[in-house]
Design a protein around this ligand. Structure first.
Ligand SMILES: *Cc1c(COP(=O)(O)O)cnc(C)c1O
Length: 529
């Protein structure tokens, strides 16, 4: 059976494939790289992968107004054709297991296979959240052991394990802060967020009902301490600071910032998504942080991207600990970590918080992302404390290697400010007229690399934010540098072929605005009966 002919798709008809081809083929396939039409071009309404019984004669009348009046125009394929369609598409994917993924702020790194194996062990993978507690002691033990590590690594007092991503963790932290302020009858309205913050920070503060105000960055890319101090006052609930920040720089004034915020009666939220850079070297608790989320899916392994999965536990200071969500893991007077749930919350509060515990509620129905917990704990235990310290050192070393291998051909706006942390930041200064960061990034696709984070942070014009992580070898970084140096020369020389790159990818450059506003999801016109 020839599906392509059956569907009306003619071999050799133009597919928007990129670049000139000196050796065109009749099918559009290129040896083992197969050209793949859309499902709508491939399938037919008549084909079905399984044999279903005819619907009962009285089925439609019983559905009343909900009965379908026309057949659905969905493409049908046989089972093997379906498998092939998605397998062919998957071969056009770029993935961390294929090559460097230098997305700044995303920490895309190798995920040790051991962690995957452990997360799939039936004792972890098959537990059900409604199982009797007595049957899941081991899983709770894993959560507690991980909580113990997170508290030790951050020097904080307690940790809420249930938030399911970084942004969810931010919301959890800000709700803790709001609960703590409300408990003292203090209805502050404003959250201060630096210009260089990750976009989720202002979004979180606004979602929690706060007015968001900017704090400017100084010329060195760090928070302007004087401007911050000047803005503090009785209306400021919290300051949200990303450290290391999104310019890839460590906020050296963090302790002074915390002291000033506390003196003005506010709380300090630290966006700890970039903990990868400082793990084993700096404890945010020592810097006066009150709440910080940790992205397990970035720092502590777990494949992510394309929508998940994630996990964003929030570590809390002593002042915020009584307000954390349930279930809640806390280190208390006795130095032991306890798991607190609704059933034992009152007794726990009486014993450890002098009855002051006032959880703001729950972030999720159950305990959080079990698969992430097992991966993260496997990662931590296989590295050990010394290995975690080395991982952050290597991540910073790799980023500085890239910064210094490229700063003679690309403008590094904070290159003179000293070492960067886990990511290197460049701007589009010096590009020829008509050449953009987007052109360079598309050229990178032709060179076989996933592009870096572009146009973020906003404080740098045409920003390119590159995070190599600790898992890339020097050989990989050197190859990336070769590609970047060549592209830097081309954008500075005004090489117009870059304006239409990529040329070698399965698809040419898309009109992104058009694709977002008027997506064409089906090429076939619906047939009318
Ligand atoms: C990734 C990231 C976030 C958001 O984390 P999600 O898990 O994607 O919600 C927040 N802040 C910073 C600095 C990040 O890098």
């Amino acid at each position: 059976m020839n599906t392509m002919n059956q569907s009306g798709w003619k071999p050799g008809t133009p597919v928007p494939s990129a670049g000139e081809d000196d050796y065109p083929t009749a099918t559009g396939n290129k040896a083992l790289m197969l050209e793949e039409p859309l499902l709508f071009e491939l399938g037919t309404r008549e084909t079905c992968g399984v044999d279903l019984p005819e619907p009962a004669a009285d089925a439609s009348p019983r559905l009343g107004q909900f009965a379908r009046k026309q057949p659905l125009d969905l493409p049908g394929l046989s089972e093997p054709e379906t498998v092939r369609h998605y397998t062919r598409l998957s071969r056009q994917n770029y993935a961390i297991d294929l090559g460097l993924f230098p997305l700044g702020s995303c920490t895309m790194k190798h995920n040790p296979r051991l962690n995957e194996k452990i997360a799939r062990m039936p004792g972890f993978a098959d537990v059900h959240p409604l199982q009797p507690v007595d049957t899941v002691r081991g899983a709770l033990g894993v959560i507690n052991e991980l909580a113990h590590w997170l508290i030790a690594l951050t020097g904080m007092h307690g940790v809420a394990m249930s938030p399911k991503a970084g942004a969810h963790g931010e919301l959890c932290g800000i709700l803790c802060i709001r609960a703590a302020l409300e408990a003292r009858g203090d209805m502050r309205k404003v959250v201060l967020v630096p210009e260089s913050a990750h976009g989720t920070n202002p979004a979180t503060a606004a979602f929690a009902g706060y007015e968001v105000e900017d704090i400017p960055a100084g010329p060195d890319g760090r928070v302007d301490l004087a401007a911050l101090k000047q803005r503090l006052g009785p209306d400021v609930a919290a300051v949200m600071i990303t450290n290391p920040n999104t310019c890839g720089l460590f906020e050296r004034d963090m302790k002074a910032i915390s002291d000033a915020v506390h003196a003005a009666g506010g709380f300090v939220y630290c966006d700890g998504a970039n903990f990868n850079a400082i793990m084993g070297r700096v404890r945010p608790g020592d810097l006066g942080v009150d709440a910080m989320h940790i992205n397990l899916h970035k720092t502590f392994s777990t494949p992510h991207g394309g929508g998940g999965p994630g996990s964003g536990p929030v570590v809390l200071s002593e002042a915020l600990s009584p307000f954390g969500p349930l279930p809640y893991t806390a280190r208390t007077k006795d130095g032991v970590i306890h798991l607190v749930e609704e059933e034992n919350a009152d007794a726990f509060s009486a014993e450890h918080f002098d009855g002051r515990m006032q959880s703001f509620g729950r972030m999720t129905a159950f305990h959080g992302q079990m698969g992430m917990f097992t991966r993260a704990l496997a990662y931590i235990l296989s590295h050990g404390a010394d290995g975690l310290r080395q991982a952050s050192g290597d991540a910073v070393l790799n980023a500085n290697y890239l910064l210094r291998s490229l700063d003679d051909v690309l403008d590094a706006p904070f290159g003179d400010a000293g070492h960067c942390m886990h990511e290197a930041l460049f701007s589009d200064e010096g590009f020829a007229e008509g050449m953009s960061t987007l052109d360079l990034a598309k050229g990178l696709i032709d060179e076989g690399f996933h592009p870096m984070t572009m146009y973020f942070p906003l404080v740098v014009h045409g920003a390119m934010l590159i995070e190599p992580t600790e898992t890339e070898s020097k050989a990989t970084l050197d190859q990336f540098v070769v590609a970047m140096r060549s592209l830097a020369d081309r954008v500075k020389a005004g090489d117009e072929t870059l304006n239409t790159a990529p040329h070698h990818a399965p698809r040419a450059r898309l009109d992104e605005a058009q694709a977002a506003r008027k997506p064409v999801l089906a090429h076939r016109k619906p047939e009318t009966d």
